[in-house]
Design a protein around this ligand. Structure first.
Ligand SMILES: Nc1nc2c(ncn2[C@@H]2O[C@H](COP(=O)(O)OP(=O)(O)OP(=O)(O)O)[C@@H](O)[C@H]2O)c(=O)[nH]1
Ligand SMILES: [Mg+2]
Ligand SMILES: [Zn+2]
Length: 378
């Protein structure tokens, strides 16, 4: 909650309208990763999620965005989140930082006010016994883009300020899930990033099924790389793709995200896991998203695998624009507000029937359109 002092900052700052979360909202839930792990749930990036009931986001007021003296603040980038702390790299070292209370209170509909890739300014705090934080984050620069998903009834920003999303899938162990690829494509495009598809473990593609899926996406105009962290096929191309850019790697657990990074930069030594024989699923070896700088001015964010990827924070009316093959056909639908599901005279459904749109792509659209979890937006 903003107090009077927050508003009466001595230095003039930019006035912004923000929503405040009521102090009477439910207390923060403490995370129990072990329990989640056992239950086979996704590992979440933030350990400090708080649950906000609906209707708590309504109060708006104007505050001064920067009422702190700017002198002495250190600029850095959030490289990972550990419990209540954000690890901030100032180019010289990593600083464990907490987040200033006013930033926590600002409700931006998110689980945590900062995320991996955020550019922040922090103030150094004196070491105190029992206090591990060395800095307090005072400002967060506006994000250029964000990879978001809906998790735990709030939006989780997996990473910010990245140019592209490498959607990693594997030819087998686990088998590719085109629907999950489609969800990542939608989230990447909605967040302002370029989706790129990496089909790993191509050494296991004995029946050519994975290459057929790769071709489907290549035909849609996406950059698709077939690769193998085992044989190094496609690894040079990946290294080239990463050069001079920032990339977040996303995909199911066990598809080989960390293995690919290790192949690109031998010596990196990221922990890689095994894939369970019974479930063919990975074991969530990477538990926290982490920003890593590679040779060639490449920044990558390795992320924990997910089981599902909820994009229900994206208004359903926007979904069609993220299905690239739908876009030129939409004006041909009989009704201008066609949702392409129950309507007659729908150009999208006609194209599916005539096999100009892949049925699995259409099914992905329908599932995302209809899949509104509790608390999701209409
Ligand atoms: N055959 C084959 N196995 C691979 C390849 N890449 C990775 N693996 C194996 O797949 C398993 C999982 O790899 P990880 O790199 O831990 O997968 P991840 O996507 O980082 O998984 P999480 O961190 O749990 O999200 C390991 O046993 C790797 O050895 C590949 O190209 N071919
Ligand atoms: Mg990993
Ligand atoms: Zn239609």
């Amino acid at each position: 909650m903003a107090d009077a002092n927050e508003k009466k900052g001595k230095k003039p700052g930019r006035k912004v309208r923000v929503s405040f979360r009521s102090n009477r909202s439910r207390p923060s839930r403490t995370k129990d990763w072990t329990r989640q792990h056992r239950a086979g749930e996704d590992i979440e990036v933030s350990a400090s999620e708080s649950v906000v009931a609906k209707g708590h986001l309504s109060r708006k007021r104007t505050i001064i965005e920067t009422d702190e003296p700017q002198e002495g603040l250190i600029a850095g980038t959030v490289v990972t989140l550990r419990g209540q702390f954000a690890a901030v790299d100032d180019g010289k070292r990593i600083w464990p930082c907490t987040v200033r209370r006013i930033l926590r209170t600002l409700t931006i509909g998110e689980r945590f006010p900062v995320t991996v890739g955020d550019r922040v300014r922090f103030r150094v705090v004196a070491d105190a016994p029992g206090v591990q934080a060395e800095g307090v984050i005072v400002t967060v620069e506006p994000r250029q883009n964000e990879l978001r998903r809906f998790a735990g009834r709030r939006v989780q920003v997996i990473a910010a300020n990245v140019d592209q999303v490498l959607i990693v899938s594997s030819a087998d162990l686990p088998p590719p899930k085109p629907h999950l690829i489609d969800r990542y494509i939608v989230s990447a495009l909605a967040g302002g990033m370029t989706p790129v598809i990496g089909l790993n473990k191509i050494d296991l593609d004995t029946d050519g099924r994975a290459r057929t899926i790769a071709q489907r996406y290549a035909m849609l105009g996406y950059c698709v790389l077939c690769c193998s962290a085992l044989t190094n096929e496609g690894v040079d191309e990946l290294r080239q793709l990463f050069r001079g850019r920032s990339t977040v790697l996303a995909g199911q657990s066990g598809v080989g995200k960390s293995s690919l990074l290790n192949a690109i930069q031998p010596g990196l030594k990221l922990r890689v896991g095994t894939v369970s024989d019974e479930t063919l699923k990975g074991r969530h070896t990477t538990t926290t998203a982490e920003l890593i700088r590679l040779a060639g001015d490449a920044y990558v964010v390795d992320t924990p695998g997910v089981r599902s990827f909820d994009v229900s924070m994206i208004p359903r009316g926007e979904l069609e624009q993220y299905f690239t093959e739908f876009v030129p056909l939409v004006p041909e639908c009989k009704f201008p507000d066609c949702t392409h599901i129950p309507e007659t005279g729908c150009a999208i459904k006609r194209a599916v029937k005539e096999e100009r749109i892949h049925p699995e792509r259409y099914e992905s659209y329908v599932r995302m359109f209809e899949d509104r979890t509790e608390g999701g937006l209409a």
